[in-house]
Design a protein around this ligand. Sequence first.
Ligand SMILES: Nc1nc2c(c(=O)[nH]1)N=C([C@H](O)[C@H](O)COP(=O)(O)OP(=O)(O)OP(=O)(O)O)CN2
Ligand SMILES: [Zn+2]
Length: 148
Amino acid sequence: MAGTFDGNNTAERVGYITRVQSFSACHRLHSSRLSAEDNKRIFGKCNNPNGHGHNYKVEVTVRGKIDPVTGMVMNLTDLKRCIEDVVMTPLDHKNLDMDVPYFADVVSTTENVAVYIWDNMAKVLPPNLLYEIKIYETDKNVVIYRGE
Ligand SMILES: Nc1nc2c(c(=O)[nH]1)N=C([C@H](O)[C@H](O)COP(=O)(O)OP(=O)(O)OP(=O)(O)O)CN2
Ligand SMILES: [Zn+2]
């Protein structure tokens, strides 16, 4: 009958789900490809030799079909475990430049932290599900990376 609600099970629906996680880390913005003068000029106070810290907030968003049986794009409990492995274990309470081998020669900007998280989340999630990594370095500095 026209207008009768038949649920949403006949149409394919796409949803976006996000898990939010915070971690604390310190870092220094410094490039081995730049002179000391250029590092100071470009990175300013963030080039302080002894570093500085942030309470980062990361939002991991996956995009996919809402399974008509489970009602889920993916189980958020599984997403939580992936974030624990990819974000919390390697990054929380760490010196990004010294404790995370990836950043030994990659400047630990929030853009590059987002790329690091993207690349490693993509390895542990089902194919083509990862949509966006959004990081709040501070309340005012926000970076989005979508794998491009
Ligand atoms: N493109 C980028 N620029 C900067 C990054 C970055 O990751 N990508 N990071 C920094 C520093 O890490 C720095 O800690 C940010 O400092 P600041 O802007 O001072 O942070 P606040 O939001 O706390 O600033 P206030 O305006 O003083 O509150 C710099 N640039
Ligand atoms: Zn910083």
